[in-house]
Design a protein around this ligand. Structure first.
Ligand code: SF4
Length: 235
């Protein structure tokens, strides 16, 4: 199991050093230099954002991409913006996080049995990575899912994350039930080489666009993590 943690660490070192997408490298560094007024005293991360959480997790959350002034600033998945506030509060209510409050990499947050990663690891302009950028970044997610043994649930936060995980299933895994169309709560049972009994559990993304309009409520997100717990513990 220590080997698994070391493998994940090695993947994250490669992620942090990556410069494969020239436009995203320029964008993430430009944002980090120019900064948002409210954060002018902050030192921005400005690099690809590594996965965060328990390297022995049975529950993996897959987001879209770092927010320009969120995790591109703090260097930790879903940290430093409104989406992260929602997500970590829900993870805390479900018992995956030791605290609800998230602020930066030194806020004391710890996850148990959950690891957060993303389809794309550099902040994209307008939160919209191109198909080429999504394809370029996919091998990192694939490598993480190959290194994590015994994953039981992959929570896909939004359609792009869902598509990325299904792409990996098509490349290196198999479907145990037909692929469910993306909608909140949709489940597809899959087998991956390192995780032969996993379920993709789709969720709407906790973006402000969804949370401010009631498309995603706290109760709906809680239902996802309650179900994730059930699936993780099922024999
Ligand atoms: S998006 Fe992924 S592949 Fe592209 S530069 Fe960032 S880490 Fe590398």
């Amino acid at each position: 199991m220590r080997t698994q943690a070391r493998e994940i660490e090695a993947i994250e070192r490669r992620v942090i050093a990556c410069r494969r997408c020239p436009e995203l490298v320029t964008y993430r560094e430009e944002v980090a230099r120019e900064k948002r007024r409210a954060y002018r005293d902050h030192e921005y991360w400005g690099k690809p954002v590594p996965a965060f959480g328990d390297p022995l997790a049975r529950v993996v959350l897959v987001g879209l991409a770092p927010g320009a002034h969120g995790s591109n600033r703090t260097g930790r998945m879903f940290t430093g913006d409104a989406s992260g506030e929602w997500l970590y509060r829900a993870l805390h209510r479900a018992g995956f996080a030791n605290q609800a409050r998230q602020a930066d990499r030194n806020d004391g947050m710890q996850l148990t049995d959950a690891l957060i990663t993303a389809a794309v690891r550099c902040a994209p302009p307008g939160n919209k990575p191109t198909p080429g950028e999504r394809a370029a970044c996919l091998p990192y997610l694939e490598a993480e899912l190959a290194a994590l043994h015994g994953v039981r649930v992959i929570v896909t936060l939004g359609k792009i994350a869902d598509d990325s995980v299904h792409r990996i299933v098509k490349i290196s895994g198999a479907y145990r039930t037909p692929r469910a169309a993306f909608k909140h709560g949709a489940e597809t049972q899959i087998a991956l080489p390192a995780s032969p009994e996993a379920t993709i559990l789709a969720s709407y993304h906790p973006s402000q666009q969804n949370t401010n309009t009631g498309v995603l409520t706290e109760a709906m997100l809680d239902a996802i993590f309650t179900r994730a717990q059930e699936l993780a513990q099922a024999r």
